[in-house]
Write a protein that binds this ligand. Structure first.
Ligand code: PXG
Ligand code: PLP
Length: 442
C-alpha cells in the first residue's frame, strides 16, 4: 500500500487550489505545517513571520490557547445542532456579544460560513427589506470599482475586480458601480486618509440622477478596500455616502470582512470613521480564522420590518446548514474573549504611528512608488515590470517566503496586516526584510 501522507508531486494534483497559480505552486510547493502566535513553521522547518494574519483573519495570532481549547471542548460536547427551527445556546450568546460590541443600532445578527456568504446574505436582506416595506421597485445594487465582496454571484456583481468577473457571464442585472478612489498622482505617500478625492462620493448623486433613487436598494462598499490593494477612503468620503444614502432611502452596507475586529485600532471601521451603516458584513477575525464563519449585523428597523404576519411562518427565506453552528460559535466566543482579555481590538491604535513610520521609511527603496497605511494595515505599491504586471510582486512574495516572511500581494501592491499581537520588534523585522528584498529585486 502506498503511503498516502507522503508529499510527492502527484499528491498535489487533485486539490485545485483557490486563487493560486496551480502549475507554479505544484512545481515548487510552499507548505506550512504548524503555527504559533506570530509565526508559521514551514514544511522544511523554517520559522516564517506572519505579516498578513494568514489571509487577514488570524487577528489574535496563531493557535491561541482559549480558542483551541474551546473548539476541542465543543467538538466533544455538541458537534452539530441544526439552527433551522431549533437552536443551541452558543449561537445566541455570540449574536448577543456581537450586537453589544457593534456600533450603535446594529442589533440583530445573521450567521454564515464565510465572507462571501455574508455578502450574499446582506444583499438579499437589502432587497427583501425594500420589498417588505413596500418599496419593491428598489431592485438596484450599487457597488464600486475595484471592490472585493467575495466570489459568489452577488458579490462579484457588485464587486469591481475585472478578473473575478469577466469569465462568469451576465452576473446580477441592475447593478451599477461608483468609481474607485485610488489616485496615486494626487495622494501618493498619504498617511491615513488621503486628502484628495472627496468629490468621488458625488458620483453617487450622478448614479441616482441616472437611475432614480426609487430604483436603488443599497450601496455596498468596503470602508477600506483591502483585497484590491489597500485603498483608503479620502477624508469625508464615507460620511458623504452615508448622507446621500440617508437622504434617498437607500441602505448603506459596509463590508467589514477585513476591517472588522480591530484591524484599524477600533472594533470596526464604522467606529474608526464615525459612520454607521444599515448593514455590516463581518467574517475572518470573527473566529480568528479558526473555524469558518461570517456574520451580518443589522438594525432593529430592518429586522422588525420582517416580523409581521402569522407567527408560525418563516419571516426571511434564507440561511445555511451551518449558520451559527456550534463549532464556529464556540470559536467565535473564545475569540471575542481573547480580544477582550488582551485588549486587542484597540491595540492597533497604540501601534499605528510606529507602524506608519516604519512603513514610510521604505520611501526611496528600489521600485517603491507609494506607501500608504491606516490602523494596522499597510500597502507598498511597486512600479510594475514593463509588460509584465504582477511579476515583480510575485517575485517579492516568493523571495520573502524563502527568507522567512509571509506577505500578501495583489497586482503590483504588497499588502500587510500583521496579527494584532505584533510587537515593535516584529514591525522592524518586517520592514528590514522588505527593504532587503526590494533592493535585491530586478
Ligand atoms: N468581503 C471582503 C471585503 C473581503 O476582503 C470577502 C468579502 C470574502 O470572504 P471569504 O471568507 O468568502 O473569502 C473578503 C475576503 C487578500 C484576500 O489577500 C482577501 C480576501 C480573501 C482572501 C484573500 O486580499 N478577502
Ligand atoms: N445543495 C443541496 C442539494 C442541498 O440540499 C443543500 C442544503 O441542504 C445545499 C446545496 C446548500 O448547502 P448549505 O446549506 O451547506 O449552504
Amino acid at each position: 500500500m502506498s503511503d498516502t501522507h507522503a508529499v510527492v508531486p502527484n499528491d498535489l494534483a487533485a486539490f485545485w487550489m483557490p486563487f493560486t497559480a496551480n502549475r507554479q505552486f505544484k512545481k515548487s510547493p510552499r507548505m506550512f505545517v504548524a503555527a504559533k502566535d506570530m509565526h508559521y513553521t514551514s514544511a522544511d522547518g523554517r520559522q516564517v513571520l506572519d505579516a498578513t494574519s494568514g489571509l487577514w483573519c488570524v487577528n489574535a495570532g496563531h493557535c491561541r490557547p482559549k480558542i483551541t481549547e474551546a473548539v476541542q471542548k465543543q467538538v466533544a460536547e455538541l458537534d452539530f445542532a441544526p439552527t433551522f427551527q431549533l437552536g443551541h445556546p452558543k449561537a445566541f450568546e455570540l449574536a448577543n456579544q456581537l450586537a453589544s460590541m457593534a456600533p450603535a443600532g446594529l442589533e440583530h445578527v445573521l450567521f454564515s460560513n464565510s465572507g462571501s456568504e455574508a455578502v450574499e446574505t446582506a444583499l438579499k436582506l437589502a432587497l427583501a427589506y425594500q420589498r417588505a416595506r413596500g418599496e419593491g421597485g428598489r431592485f438596484r445594487l450599487i457597488g464600486r470599482e475595484r471592490g472585493y465582496h467575495g466570489v459568489n454571484f452577488g458579490g462579484i456583481s457588485v464587486g469591481g475586480i475585472l478578473p473575478n468577473r469577466k469569465m462568469f457571464g451576465t452576473l446580477l442585472t441592475g447593478v451599477d458601480h461608483l468609481p474607485h478612489t485610488h489616485d496615486i498622482a494626487r495622494n501618493a505617500w498619504s498617511k491615513g486618509m488621503p486628502p484628495h478625492g472627496l468629490e468621488l462620493a458625488d458620483e453617487l448623486d450622478r448614479i441616482i440622477a441616472l437611475h432614480d433613487a426609487s430604483t436603488i436598494a443599497a450601496v455596498i462598499v468596503e470602508p477600506v478596500a483591502g483585497s484590491t490593494g489597500v485603498l483608503i477612503p479620502p477624508k469625508g468620503y464615507l460620511q458623504k455616502l452615508r448622507d446621500t444614502c440617508t437622504k434617498h432611502g437607500i441602505l448603506l452596507i459596509f463590508d467589514e470582512v477585513i476591517t472588522g475586529f480591530g484591524r484599524l485600532g477600533t472594533p470596526f471601521a464604522a467606529d474608526y470613521f464615525g459612520v454607521i451603516p444599515d448593514i455590516m458584513i463581518t467574517a475572518k477575525g470573527l473566529t480568528n480564522g479558526v473555524i469558518p464563519m461570517g456574520a451580518v449585523l443589522t438594525t432593529a428597523k430592518i429586522h422588525d420590518t420582517f416580523m409581521h404576519g402569522p407567527e408560525h411562518l418563516i419571516e426571511f427565506f434564507h440561511g445555511y446548514t451551518y449558520s451559527g453552528n456550534p463549532m464556529a460559535a464556540a470559536a467565535g466566543l473564545a475569540t471575542l474573549e481573547t480580544y477582550r482579555d488582551e485588549q486587542l481590538l484597540t491595540r492597533g491604535a497604540e501601534l499605528a504611528s510606529y507602524w506608519e513610520n516604519a512603513l514610510h521609511s521604505l520611501k526611496g527603496t528600489r521600485h517603491v512608488i507609494d506607501v500608504r497605511n491606516i490602523g494596522l494595515i499597510g500597502a507598498i505599491e511597486l512600479e510594475p515590470m514593463a509588460g509584465l504586471p504582477t511579476k515583480r510582486t510575485f517575485s517579492a512574495f516568493i523571495e520573502a517566503f524563502e527568507k522567512g516572511l509571509l506577505i500578501r500581494t495583489t497586482g503590483d501592491i504588497i499588502a500587510l496586516s500583521p496579527p494584532l499581537i505584533v510587537q515593535k520588534s516584529h514591525i522592524d523585522q518586517i520592514v528590514e526584510m522588505l527593504s532587503d528584498i526590494l533592493n535585491g529585486l530586478e
